[in-house]
Design a protein around this ligand. Structure first.
Ligand SMILES: [Zn+2]
Length: 688
């Protein structure tokens, strides 16, 4: 890598300096007595940051066999097809070399053809594709790194060294503003390949002096640079031979040559995603981490509700409606699930009281309103959650008014029947996701216009710019991988299930872009949350209270509860739309929407809502953690199995979490480990 960097700067400086001045690279003993002027470029060292946590191998990832394919271009061509004998899928594209492109924005992949929107500029090597094949022996490691580089100008005449350096410096600074990814230029069969991602160069300082070399006096002027980037080292396991090592020398520059390198993995831009075993620490258990984080969040939320003058009820989902009949009370009391639910609520109350909550203020065991397919009132209401429990204002909304709203409602619940021209059968026609846990976001009461239905939206979490996120390095339930029985992290179910979810109406983002298991994190934004963003956006234009009311309509055959999931509840409470009812079942890989940083009013509104939610997450997590850490008579409310994760959460909050967003991201990470919140609370807390 040092040699590669020197070569980069050498090529940048060379044209800026007089032709009779030698520009040399590498360590040097200084100028020989036979020269009068000389410029040197020397990369002195590369330092890698240690992996997080105590386990030096904790951040290692699986490696895939991979290769590189290079194409020339004539300036007109837009389609580039991989030759038939090339194995693997394209995971990254650069054009010109060193400049990563964004799939979807600059090109699309259609089978083994890369289709550009604009033709790449003419060049012998115009397009570089990085390919990923089957799993390989070895591993991939990514770590932050720093490189020191120095440029020295030597001259015998006074003032000449300064002149040379000033030309060299201008050229170096210009080039460093435009430096792309760098590959180690001399890959060999040693089993290690290093790639420097997104290097950033900064000038550290200038210095000069007068020295004697070979008994000849010289003036020296030098500039020191610091380069920071992300080094990716891929290592082959000893004994596992490269099938076809990257040839030395010119082969790397010949278009069309596809050396198959032993290993390396798809590359991503500077990433804020931490790849390690546990969410909180490289050595903690990720499931236990998720249990403790969500238990703290549930406790902290309950504390916030109760100490701010609201009731707090976690509503139980009744599957058998007969249990609600007055003559069936005993059967309900005996129902195993219901008993478990009550025990969870008792544990929460005990921990709250230990932390000073008055005994008159208790979390209540509620029953979620029942969903009756196709009937009116099948809605969760955003914004009524501070009304009295059980009141009409809280959970009996008016039927949506206005023709468009009514039609949309019918569409969402599948109340519209159409005759199929193929078989003349009348079929129910529904819009939006109708599968398990199906709710459709819906807005009523806006004076001017109606927003369409908002189904659960699957997308990928941005890898950088939105705070630390976590990706596991050990399998949890469904393993991460490209197979049908595997998944991309965060995904609900397996890869094979995704088509089913799609046919049930789930809206999936940028489907033409294949997910990259091992890198991507999948998230789901529920319809209610999309509705909240939409209402807030219109409020910004129309005034508070005039943007309409967000709802979620229960739809489909597999959904029975009219209650918001816990992560939706946090977001709704934070943004001013507390839900009519909350359950503590699953909110698998729940996600907010990520604004793209642009300044249009919708994106600004998303950022604003997210900021309020971040703040609320910090409030509830900090309070919940305090409750968990407070012992009673020397005994902990946290089951001993979870004490490691509890300590790690305490350390994380104290040392690593810096901004409110870090707290929100912890909750998001915990939700990628799929489990119901009730189960997590039940396992984590003990009753004292
Ligand atoms: Zn939800």
């Amino acid at each position: 890598m040092l040699v590669t960097l020197e070569a980069f700067f050498h090529d940048a400086l060379r044209p800026a300096l007089p032709g009779d001045v030698d520009v040399v690279t590498g360590p040097s003993r200084g100028p020989a007595s036979t020269v009068s002027r000389l410029v040197e470029v020397c990369a002195l060292n590369l330092k890698l940051a240690l992996p997080e946590g105590e386990d030096l191998a904790g951040g290692r990832e699986v490696a895939f066999r991979s290769g590189v394919h290079r194409w020339s271009a004539n300036g007109k061509q837009v389609n580039f097809t991989l030759p038939k004998d090339i194995q693997g899928e394209v995971v990254e594209l650069e054009s010109p070399p060193g400049r990563p492109l964004r799939q979807g924005d600059q090109y699309v992949l259609e089978g083994n053809t890369v289709r550009f929107y604009r033709p790449p500029a003419q060049a012998d090597i115009a397009v570089v594709a990085f390919l990923r094949g089957e799993r390989a022996h070895g591993f991939l490691e990514r770590r932050r790194c720093e490189i020191s580089l120095v440029t020295r100008a030597w001259a015998r005449e006074h003032g000449e060294a300064d002149k040379l350096l000033s030309s060299a410096l201008a050229a170096a600074l210009l080039a460093s503003s435009d430096i792309g990814n760098l590959d180690d230029s001399a890959p060999d069969d040693s089993g290690v390949r290093i790639r420097l991602r997104r290097p950033v160069v900064t000038l550290l300082g200038l210095s000069r002096g007068a020295e004697e070399h070979e008994e000849t006096p010289f003036f020296r002027a030098q500039a020191e640079f610091l380069i920071r980037g992300e080094a990716r080292a891929a290592r082959r396991r000893r004994g596992a031979r490269a099938r076809e090592p990257y040839p030395r020398g010119t082969a790397a520059l010949s278009p069309g040559r596809v050396p198959e390198i032993f290993t390396t993995k798809e590359e991503v831009s500077m990433s804020d995603v931490v790849h390690q075993k546990g969410i909180l620490d490289a050595s903690t258990d990720p499931k236990q981490d998720s249990y403790v984080i969500m238990t703290a969040a549930v406790l902290g939320y309950a504390w916030w509700r109760l100490s701010n003058g609201h009731d707090c009820s976690f509503d139980f989902e009744i599957k058998d409606e007969t249990l609600l009949r007055p003559d069936n009370k005993k059967a309900l009391e005996d129902d195993a699930d219901f008993r478990l639910h009550r025990s969870i609520v008792s544990k929460l109350n005990a921990a709250l009281q230990n932390n000073g909550m008055a005994t008159t203020k208790q979390v209540k065991v509620g029953i979620t309103p029942i969903y009756r397919k196709g009937s009116t009132g099948n809605m969760i209401i955003g914004g009524s959650g501070h009304e009295a429990a059980g009141s009409n204002e809280r959970c009996n909304p008016m039927f949506p008014t206005g023709t468009t709203a009514e039609k949309l409602f019918d569409l969402a619940v599948g109340n519209i029947w159409v005759q199929d021209p193929k078989d003349q059968q009348h079929k129910r026609w529904a819009l939006g996701y109708q599968g398990r846990g199906a709710y459709t976001g819906f807005i009523t009461g806006r004076p001017d216009g109606q927003t369409g239905l908002l189904s659960t939206f699957r997308h990928t979490v941005p890898q950088s710019g939105y705070g630390r996120r976590w990706h596991p390095t050990t399998p949890i339930d469904v393993p991460v991988g490209p197979g049908e029985t595997q998944k991309t992290w965060g995904m609900i179910g397996t890869k094979a299930l995704q088509d089913t979810l799609k046919t049930q109406g789930m809206h999936m983002d940028k489907e033409s872009i294949p997910l990259v298991p091992g890198r991507d994190i999948v998230g789901y934004t529920h319809g209610m949350i999309q509705a909240v963003y939409d209402v807030r956006w219109h409020e910004a234009r129309l005034g508070k209270g005039k943007g309409g009311r967000p709802h979620e309509i229960a739809v489909g055959d597999a959904t029975t509860k009219l209650a918001s999931c816990f992560p939706c509840t946090l977001f709704m409470e934070a943004t001013g739309f507390p839900p009519s009812s909350t359950h503590i079942g699953r909110g698998e890989s729940w996600s907010p929407l990520y604004p793209d940083g642009s300044t249009n009013s919708q994106q600004v509104c998303w950022s604003q809502c997210n900021a309020e939610w971040h703040q609320f997450c910090q409030t509830v997590l900090e309070k919940g953690l305090a409750c968990l850490l407070k012992n009673k008579g020397g005994k902990s409310f946290v089951h001993s199995d979870y004490s490691g994760s509890l300590a790690a959460l305490g350390a994380y909050v104290e040392k690593q979490a810096k901004a409110p967003r870090d707290f929100a991201n912890l909750i998001l990470d915990a939700l990628t480990v799929h489990e119901g919140e009730a189960k997590r609370v039940e396992a984590t807390l003990v009753l004292l």
